[in-house]
Design a protein around this ligand. Structure first.
Ligand code: IVH
Length: 672
């Protein structure tokens, strides 16, 4: 039986929508991009041939339209208001007092919502179909950005469910989630394109595109927070209205909460402020709205802001200040980082007087010079950054500008500095002869996630290196109590304690030891993967780059860094010294011979689809099995992926059991 075009179009649409949902909403693509593109092409061709088959919610309607020469102006049926700000609990008390006095009622329910830091947008639905989207503009007139908003994957083109009013204007904020923003900027950086300063600028820039095909490629997301003009019935409370919008398919904030009274508003503020840094998107405050629509009506508006709502702002994460100078710091790997010295400012809740400038490329990109007024950003725990130069920087107290010059020699040891090909970073070539590098190496070695030497802090390390008592990390284990007690601000008691914690740190684990060595690009996770794979330090040191690349997490660059480290004789000496000085660890746990596969020897061969071979071997070892690279009479089972050749044949000859990937995954499910 042949399929009718209408059936084919419906099937394609359903498939594409499901794939898009997995991709955009769950961040878990189920098919390669090429399959998605292919299905879209098929659907487009079909809809071209039979234009009647185009439905308003067809995914083809989201890909972006031909570029506009300019945006049309749109008058809002009801003005888009702004909000009054509050900065303290006192301001909130004043707000509550004004509300209760006007309403003549002390019991007020407030709906609390995050104040999303993006771009305000109005979206109009007629009989459930998206017909218009506009920016806020001056509040009265905005710009028609319908083509752009249609490309936003979580904005329904068609509302679903019953009771949708014939005319419904939804208002909300368009943002770019933080993780998508990071990915987008990483891609831009890799392609040598312009990076965005922050997610809000990126969202605004994306919506301002005259070519909606560009907007379609940006990871924009919409959250509805209120309604505008409506013809038809809606519930009598703000929270119930938003709930209804959500039932019709519109995204609303999952953090929304209705509370009673102003004290509960303060509690909500504190709770969300505490989560601010870990939220998936930027927020710049909390909006509190009187929940009853009749009460909102009675309260009304003053000039451009409603009396029934207020925005309690967080401390700013971006402020401007003056760049006083630049210091150059030498890191563990010799990387020389320019550090901005700033006129101290209060930003993101703390006073900041230093910010990283990353490297010479970044300085060039910013076009920054000493004396400039710059915008400093501090979000959460991240190191403060300079994000831009304020255009008009003549108003600063020092109008003279001076270019930032990188030193030709290491500021610490005077060694040459070199820039490796393809790298943005300039490095001191001094190695351990450079005091600054050695200090950074020892700091890393002693840190909690590495050898975890309690009490060996930065100041002490500086003294030990400066006095020549520590010339390599192994020297830490050669320190005597007399040497320690003779140091500044070190009594008998503290030197005894330190010696005891050094002693304690001798017993470590292989992953911690590998991490402590400070090999470039080898973080905690990679160190763990290496330990699980090689089980012994010697095996790791002897591994070829090919073998190293077989380890999960390890690509050609990391493999090269490990190889470079392992083949350096000085490093070999330090490792030998450390072991001779009593550093030790128990056998790696995955090789403990315990677990459901204890006593069995497995060989993995061929190409697996769900994981790398190294990964499969690691999982097997975690279950207690031994893994081997060749098939022999000792082999218990062979896991053979597609393309398995001689090993599979040998197993067949020897009558050894062979499992394919599907069987193996089923086994894993049972055992893990
Ligand atoms: S309600 C009359 N709710 O903040 C009420 N606004 O100055 C109008 N914003 O430009 C806004 N998150 O784009 C409201 N949950 C939220 C919001 C929110 C962000 C923005 C909005 C507006 C600005 C208010």
């Amino acid at each position: 039986m042949t399929t009718l075009p209408i059936e084919e179009a419906a099937a394609l649409r359903a498939k594409i929508l499901a794939w898009a949902e997995a991709y955009f909403e769950r961040d878990a693509p189920v098919v390669p991009d090429a399959d998605y593109d292919q299905a879209m092409k098929q659907l487009e061709a079909l809809e071209r041939e039979f234009p009647d088959l185009v439905t308003p919610d067809s995914p083809t309607q989201r890909v972006g339209a031909a570029p506009l020469s300019e945006f049309e102006s749109v008058e809002h049926r009801l003005p888009m208001l702004s909000l009054d700000n509050a900065f303290s609990t006192d301001d909130m008390d004043d707000f509550h007092r004004r509300v209760t006095e006007r309403l003549g009622d002390g019991d007020v329910s407030y709906c609390c919502e995050p104040k999303l830091d993006g771009v305000a947008v109005s979206v109009v639905y007629e009989h459930g179909a998206l017909v218009l989207a506009a920016t806020r503009g001056d509040g009265t007139c905005g710009e028609n950005i319908t083509a752009n908003v249609r490309t936003i994957s979580n904005v329904p083109l068609m509302l679903s469910g019953g009771g949708v009013p014939p005319y419904l204007e939804v208002r909300g904020e368009v943002v770019i989630p933080r993780d998508a923003f990071e990915r987008m900027n990483a891609q831009a950086r890799a392609a040598n394109e312009k990076v965005f300063v922050n997610p809000r600028n990126a969202a605004a820039g994306s919506l301002r595109q005259l070519d909606s095909r560009i907007t379609a490629r940006r990871p924009l997301a919409f959250t509805a927070y209120s309604i505008g003009a409506v013809e038809g019935d809606l519930p009598a409370a703000h929270d119930a209205i938003l709930q209804r919008l959500s039932e019709w398919g519109l995204p609303i904030s999952e953090y929304m909460q209705t509370v009673s009274g102003i004290v509960a508003c303060d509690d909500y503020y504190e709770a969300l402020a505490g989560q601010r840094d870990t939220l998936p998107f930027d927020i710049d405050g909390i909006v509190f709205k009187v929940n009853g629509m009749a009460e909102q009506e009675r309260l009304g508006c003053v000039s451009r802001a409603p009396r029934w709502a207020i925005a309690r702002k967080f401390p700013a994460q971006e402020v401007s200040t003056q760049l006083l100078g630049v210091d150059f710091q030498v890191g563990r790997t010799g990387a020389i980082t320019p550090v901005a010295r700033l006129q101290p400012v209060f930003v993101g809740g703390v006073t900041v007087s230093n910010a990283t400038l990353h490297n010479a490329d970044e300085i060039e990109r910013l076009g920054v010079q000493v004396g400039d007024t710059v915008v400093v950003r501090r979000a959460g725990d991240v190191i403060p950054q300079i994000v831009s130069v304020v255009e008009d920087n003549t108003s600063g107290s020092s109008p003279e500008r001076a270019p930032i010059v990188f030193p030709g020699q290491c500021p610490d040891c005077g060694s040459y500095v070199a820039r490796e090909e393809g790298e943005a970073v300039i490095r001191c070539v001094g190695g351990m002869a450079c005091g600054a590098q050695l200090k950074a190496v020892v700091r890393h070695f002693a840190s909690r996630k590495a050898m975890d030497i309690e009490g060996l802090g930065d100041k002490l390390i500086d003294q030990l290196v400066d006095d020549g008592l520590v010339r390599s990390v192994a020297d830490v284990f050669r320190l005597s109590q007399a040497q320690l007690a003779a140091l500044e601000r070190m009594g008998d008691k503290s030197s005894e304690n330190l010696l005891a914690s050094i002693q304690l740190s001798r017993s470590t684990t292989l992953p911690k030891f590998i991490y402590a060595l400070g090999i470039r690009e080898v973080g905690e996770a990679t160190a763990r993967a290496l330990a699980n794979y090689f089980l012994e330090m010697d095996a790791l040191l002897a591994a070829s780059t090919d073998l190293l690349e077989g380890v999960d997490d390890v690509g050609p660059i990391v493999a090269r860094h490990i190889r470079g480290f392992a083949s350096d004789e000085r490093n070999q000496h330090v490792i030998a010294d450390l072991l001779a000085l009593g550093v030790n660890w128990p056998p790696v746990a995955v090789d403990s011979g315990e677990g459901p596969l204890a006593g069995a020897t497995w060989v993995v061969t061929g190409k697996l689809e769900s994981m790398s071979r190294g990964d499969a071997e690691q999982r097997l070892r975690a279950l207690g099995a031994k893994t081997a690279s060749s098939v022999s009479a000792k082999t218990s089972t062979v896991l053979a992926g597609p393309g398995a050749g001689s090993k599979r044949k040998k197993a067949e000859e020897l009558g050894i059991s062979i499992v394919d990937e599907t069987e193996w995954l089923a086994m894993l499910e049972e055992m893990e």
